[in-house]
Structure formats: C-alpha cells, structure tokens
Design a protein around this ligand. Structure first.
Ligand code: C5P
Length: 219
C-alpha cells in the first residue's frame, strides 16, 4: 500500500534513451533500459498522481494509467515535453538523452570501407535545463549517472541546471539493471537510498519529493 501523496498532482516524466539518426540504418544512442523512469511512473500513479510519460525507444510495456508518448530523438522529446508542460506540478527527467547528434543526416546508407569515418556532431538541447530555467517551471528533478566523483559531479549538475533535487547513481551499477541504489542531493545535503528494486527506489524518491513540496508549501 502506498499513501496517496500526489492526489491532484500532475507529473511529467521522461524515460529511456533517445536515438539520433546518422543514416537510414544507424543511430547514436545511450545505454538505457527505461526501467527507472517507468518505475517512477508506476510509483507516481500508485501514489495518486496524474502521469504523463515521454519515452524514448525501450522494450517495456507502457505503465497502466499513464499517458505515454513515444518519441525517438532529443528534439522530439523536448517538443513533447514542452507540449505537455502546462499545469504540471513536477517534472522528473530520467531519460538518458543523447548529448550529440550528427549535424547532417545522410539520406542513404553510408557505404563502408576500411578508411576511418568522421562524423561531425552538434549538441542536442538540454531538455531538463531548458525546462528548469523557465519562469513557470514545475518542481524539477534530475538524474545523474556518473562513472566517478559521483557526488561532486551530481551536485555541480544540480546547481548548473538549477534543480532543487537530483538523484545520482553509478552508471555501471544502474544501467539496464533491475536493482540499483541512489543518492538524493538537495539544499540540505545527501540522502542515500540503499540497493533495492527500481520500483522501491522510485517510491523512496517520490516520498522525498512529497516531503520537499510539503515543506515549501508550509514555508
Ligand atoms: O548533463 P547530464 O546529461 O549528465 O545530466 C543528466 C540529467 O539531465 C538527467 O536528468 C537527464 O534526463 C537530463 N538531460 C536532458 N537533456 C539532455 C541531457 C540530459 O534533459 N540533453
């Protein structure tokens, strides 16, 4: 049983990787199963929220009760997030967005030979930073998958992207796994969530969000 901490609240969640097209058969992408984002959507629904899930390509079933929107690229994900941002109370950006995309998409399959191939890439939009910097931004939560200096890099990201809360983990312990652990970082410090199934971590993260919202409303 989960307390209905989010009754009447609207939550927007991004999940999964994005894919950036190189040519008709090739893409640039990230390792991401979508399990953490989908678990958050499930937990949020259990806790009474109205959930919109914007998902990159994953092999998971859409969570029952969520409004799930499927996208492929970072640009499409940003457009879907912006189109559904109105009246959202909380935005949780779990997606492993590809940071770069080819400047030019080849209309035909690039022929291979033994010579090195150079692709010129440009940065994709930072969806979370874009949303968090808006005047009408909902309560924004980020994720940081790091391979080293986890706490330092996550805290730098939290400040750079102007987030009240970020959830950090070690990429090799989280990506594709059913279980993981998280460290939550906010203005008050660090809050570890020990190794557990992702649905359990999702509930713990959402309880923390509910407590932060409660506090900010009481202030
Ligand atoms: O900067 P970095 O990619 O490590 O930040 C991770 C956080 O930012 C995650 O919450 C991710 O969903 C979000 N992000 C984003 N758009 C990008 C890159 C990351 O929303 N282009």
């Amino acid at each position: 049983f989960q307390p209905k901490l989010f009754t009447g609240k609207r939550m927007l969640i991004t999940a999964g990787p994005t894919q950036e097209t190189i040519d008709p058969v090739r893409v640039i992408t990230n390792h991401s199963s979508g399990k953490m984002g989908y678990s958050l959507a499930r937990a949020a629904i259990e806790m009474g929220a109205e959930v919109t899930l914007v998902s990159g390509p994953v092999a998971l079933q859409a969570p029952a009760g969520a409004n799930t929107i499927h996208v492929t690229s970072a640009q499409e994900m940003l457009a879907a997030v912006e189109a559904h941002l109105k009246d959202q109370d909380i935005f949780i950006s779990v997606a492993a967005v590809a940071d770069y995309r080819p400047i030019q998409v080849s209309q035909h399959k690039i022929k291979k030979n033994t010579a090195p191939l150079t692709l010129t890439l440009e940065a994709t939009p930072d969806i979370l930073a874009t949303i968090a910097s808006r005047d009408d931004a909902p309560f924004c939560v980020g994720f940081a998958a790091e391979s080293e200096n986890m706490l330092q890099y996550a805290e730098e990201k939290r400040r750079r992207k102007r987030l009240p809360l970020i959830a950090a983990n070690i990429a090799s312990e989280a990506l594709g796994r059913d279980q993981s652990s998280l460290v939550l970082l906010d203005d008050e410090g660090i809050h570890p969530l020990p190794q557990a199934p992702k649905l359990t971590l999702a509930r713990g993260l959402l309880q923390h969000v509910a407590a932060m919202l409660d506090k900010s409303q009481a202030a």
